[in-house]
Design a protein around this ligand. Structure first.
Ligand SMILES: NC(=O)c1ccc[n+]([C@@H]2O[C@H](COP(=O)([O-])OP(=O)(O)OC[C@H]3O[C@@H](n4cnc5c(N)ncnc54)[C@H](OP(=O)(O)O)[C@@H]3O)[C@@H](O)[C@H]2O)c1
Length: 256
């Protein structure tokens, strides 16, 4: 990863565990300085200390991205830095259920992190990159953003927003010297998925996903990780004419 083109600082939102931690380790190894943001203090501190031991420069901040003050809080540790790379990785869905029965706080948080958060951070850090005429953004998505799935309505809708939003942003930012990539992530072994109790034997590793993201930052607007299998899923979900039948056929049973 070219630190002259995308550095010197990379801001990783959701940069304490899983794919976000893998991004951070790879970027630190390429000479980037890092700002790491997540909610839980302990994993943030452990990763920051690991990277500092390897000679990296790291700032870390505990922030809940679903809250309206998230950008202001993150700005408090970045306003004196040149952030050339924004990686917006936070965004998984940890509570499934019928939308009309869900606690509204659940979907507000999903939309807050994925829709409001991605837009606010892309606007702010993209504006600074525009002034420098260079930079990059990786905004994480999901195969869930290609089709609505019962019990995941807000998550699917939020990831669909991210995908279409990123396409437009990619086209707007290209002439400004800013690369935008919507990184479509498939089934991936992350601590969040472990906590949800999934069998991860068939999952892609976080390291492989992060590497694909970095390798393809200039190949936007979107990159579907994981090769042929995930690509076929995205194509199938994009092209169906009978969406009623397809949605019902691909529905996953609710978690207990
Ligand atoms: N894992 C998969 O199979 C899979 C599949 C498709 C798409 N994705 C996408 O890949 C990305 C990473 O997913 P993941 O499985 O690693 O889970 P995740 O819950 O999004 O966690 C990733 C990182 O984000 C942080 N984070 C989560 N919610 C946050 C919040 N509200 N505010 C601040 N930081 C927050 C987490 O730390 P804290 O919990 O400490 O905040 C962690 O560092 C997400 O965008 C997800 O939608 C994942």
């Amino acid at each position: 990863m070219d630190v002259q083109r995308y550095g010197p600082w990379a801001l990783v939102i959701g940069g304490s565990e899983g794919v976000g931690a893998a991004f951070a380790r790879k970027l630190a190894a390429s000479g980037f300085k890092l700002v790491l943001v997540a909610r839980k203090e302990a994993p943030l501190r452990e990763l920051a200390e690991e990277l500092e031991t390897m000679g990296g420069e790291v700032r870390r901040l505990s922030v809940d991205m679903s809250q309206p003050d998230a950008l202001d809080r993150v700005r408090s540790v970045t306003d004196d830095l040149e952030v050339g790379l924004l990686i917006y990785n936070a965004g998984a869905n940890n509570t499934r259920g019928a939308f009309v029965e869900l606690d509204p706080e659940v979907f507000r948080a999903v939309i807050g992190v994925n829709v409001i958060g991605q837009s606010e951070f892309a606007r702010h850090y993209g504006g600074l990159m525009r002034a420098r005429g260079r930079g990059g953004m990786i905004l994480t998505g999901s195969l869930a953003g290609y089709m609505g799935a019962p019990s995941l309505a807000a998550y699917c809708g939020a990831k669909a927003f991210s995908r279409i939003f990123s396409e437009a942003l990619w086209a707007e930012c290209k002439p400004l010297g800013i690369d935008v990539l919507h990184l479509v992530i498939g089934f991936t072994a992350t601590p969040a998925m472990v906590r949800l109790g999934y069998d991860l034997s068939a999952a892609q590793s976080s390291e492989a996903v992060a590497q694909e993201g970095l390798d393809n930052i200039a190949n936007g607007p979107a990159w579907i990780v994981g090769g042929e299998g995930n690509l076929k899923v995205a194509i199938a979900r994009s092209q169906v004419t009978d969406r009623a039948q397809a949605i019902e056929a691909s529905a996953t049973p609710p978690r207990s």
